[in-house]
Design a protein around this ligand. Structure first.
Ligand SMILES: *Cc1c(COP(=O)(O)O)cnc(C)c1O
Length: 553
């Protein structure tokens, strides 16, 4: 056997000598280099086939859009949508008595003046957000004494900057306490650590940054994050900012949970993070965190649990009497968790907690410049200067609720969500999307146009969230809406809407539903992106009127 092998090798050697003897040495070396590079290129192409296809498609559309008739048509369409968006935005906000300010008043206003004008501006808008017909619009605000506490706390720390821990030691202590209390809610021990950020998106950005550095230390040059397509788009944003790559896997079309086989198949040597959501935003579904943790352990890859939405809801569900699958640091393999205090924590917007299972991971998140002329500069998160007032109000929110307050809130929210679930499953035209366990309930229809349902509900004062792929609507319940009557009102209005839909022959969808309807038919998603950017631009518009001076007000 060995002899045969030896024979074969020496034959090969002789053949090789014969074939290449006619070439110069540099030709052989050059040829080898070219063949190797070609092989690497083909391998890369094979692994990124999907991206190549997407690039090709978007290139074809970009080229097509340069053809004059198509270009003109598209620019007319975009112009029309800009006008429509502007109209909506100015109708909503503009009270003609309060024209837009475009320059600073030359003299400062009196306090009374500031408050008078602000009251006019704040009075705008056609929705009463405290009434609660709005999905996830506000998490708290019905309790006057709670609001007064927040105002008082913000006042005490409104100008504090925790960047200077020596000058504002109180803010530092509160910040450290918020992080520690949140870790203990997620059953972390003394090894677990974290930071306060300004929101869920920043928490996710920080986790991605930490794991990018983790990958770099192991020699990964193009780090990849694997998420289910239902995970929050803040991951896409983080990846785009950090130069990382996102690999999206499908969800089970029936349960809407991340498909774990697809997730396992997507793992490569470049994978630095697996993500599970608890729950995800579109359908309120909690992924199988234990199984994702197992995948992480099997391949030695960090696992992030996006508990931004569920952060101050899920940890209280057991005490509130609802069983829930494991989602916290007790799950083996989980290395980081994000939890928003400004969602179910009922803190004012501008706070979230990012937590890690080991200090090494948090170290990778930090940013330090030792050689800056302005000093040795070190920040834990994105901002430099930070708002002390937001730390103080977040701290006050956590302490004024306490464990029992959040448990009570969780009980009401989950109970209402379950009621809505059962009421909707009794409506024959509607189907629940998966089996949501927490505070979001999504539904769709295989009998009627769900976008039209959203449109008609909107005319009844409801502001439900539109979801897509497939189209549906969701309600994100907050403390403002956690009552039995609320659930019944929602179901009744849905039934009335469906009855109305049977009577009418007008099936045209208007408003936001129209945008989603159109978007679903356009293959070129970059075009929808452009229309969305028009919306962002209109947001900062100060109107068509000429310069307004403060005297006009
Ligand atoms: C809201 C949310 C985020 C992002 O949080 P922001 O505070 O809006 O930046 C991330 N993930 C999920 C699941 C969310 O619901």
């Amino acid at each position: 056997m060995m002899d045969a092998l030896w024979d074969f090798v020496s034959h090969m050697e002789r053949d090789f000598e014969r074939i290449f003897s006619s070439y110069e040495k540099w030709q052989v070396i050059g040829g080898t280099v070219i063949v190797t590079l070609l092989a690497l290129f083909l391998k890369d192409l094979f692994y990124n086939l999907n991206d190549v296809w997407e690039d090709l498609k978007s290139w074809v559309f970009r080229m097509a859009r340069k053809i004059p008739p198509i270009r003109n048509y598209i620019s007319d369409q975009l112009d029309a949508s800009r006008k429509e968006i502007e109209k909506g935005m100015f109708e909503d906000a503009a009270d003609d008595d309060v024209p837009y300010l475009k320059v600073l008043p030359s003299e400062g206003w009196s306090k009374e003046e500031v408050i008078r004008v602000a009251s006019n501006v704040l009075g705008g808008g056609k929705y009463d957000w405290k009434e609660g017909k709005i999905s996830g619009g506000a998490f708290a605000g019905s309790d006057e004494s709670y609001s007064a506490l927040l105002v008082d706390m913000f006042g005490r720390y409104s100008l504090a900057n925790p960047l200077h821990a020596d000058i504002f030691p109180g803010a530092r202590k509160m910040e450290a306490e918020i992080v520690r209390m949140t870790i203990s809610l997620f059953k972390g021990g003394p090894e677990h650590c974290g930071c306060l950020t300004l929101g869920g998106s920043e928490s996710l950005l920080m986790a991605c940054k930490a794991m990018r550095e983790w990958g770099r230390e192991k020699g990964v040059r193009t780090p990849e994050i694997i998420i289910c397509y239902t995970a929050h788009s803040a991951f896409d944003k983080a990846a785009s900012i950090l130069g990382m790559k996102i690999r999206k896997v499908r969800a089970d079309p029936r349960t809407f949970k991340a498909d774990l086989q697809a997730m396992e198949r997507a793992i490569t040597k470049n994978t630095v993070m697996l993500v599970g959501s608890a729950p995800q935003f579109p359908h309120g579904i909690i992924d199988d965190i234990e199984a994702i943790g197992q995948l992480g352990l099997k391949y030695g890859i960090p696992v992030h649990v996006d508990c931004c939405m569920g952060g101050y809801l899920l940890p209280f569900m057991e005490a509130a009497g609802y069983s829930i699958a494991p989602f916290d640091f007790r799950v083996p393999g989980v290395t980081s968790i994000s939890a928003d205090t400004h969602k179910y924590g009922n803190a004012p917007k501008g706070s979230s907690v990012i937590m890690y299972s080991r200090p090494e991971y948090r170290h990778l998140q930090y940013f330090v410049t030792p050689d800056w002329p302005g000093g040795i500069y070190a920040t834990p998160t994105i901002p430099g200067s930070r708002p002390g007032g937001l730390v103080a109000v977040c701290w006050a929110a956590l302490l004024s609720h306490g464990f029992s307050g959040y448990t009570e809130a969780a009980r009401n929210i989950v109970r209402t969500a379950r009621t809505i679930k059962s009421l909707i499953s009794d409506i024959p035209e509607l189907q629940l999307m998966g089996d949501p366990q927490a505070g979001i309930v999504a539904f769709t229809s295989d009998k009627v146009n769900i976008l039209k349902v959203g449109d008609l509900m909107n005319q009844r004062g409801w502001h439900l969230t539109y979801v897509q792929y497939p189209p549906g609507l969701h309600i994100c319940l907050t403390s403002l809406q956690a009552t039995h009557d609320f659930a019944k009102n929602l179901a009744n209005d849905l039934k009335k809407t469906l009855a109305e839909l049977q009577q009418t022959s007008d099936l045209a969808v208007s408003g936001i539903g129209k945008v989603y309807g159109t978007a679903a038919t356009i293959p070129d998603k970059s075009l929808i992106g452009e229309a969305a950017k028009i919306f962002l631009t209109c947001y900062y518009d100060t109107g068509f009127k000429e310069e307004t001076s403060s005297k006009d007000i």
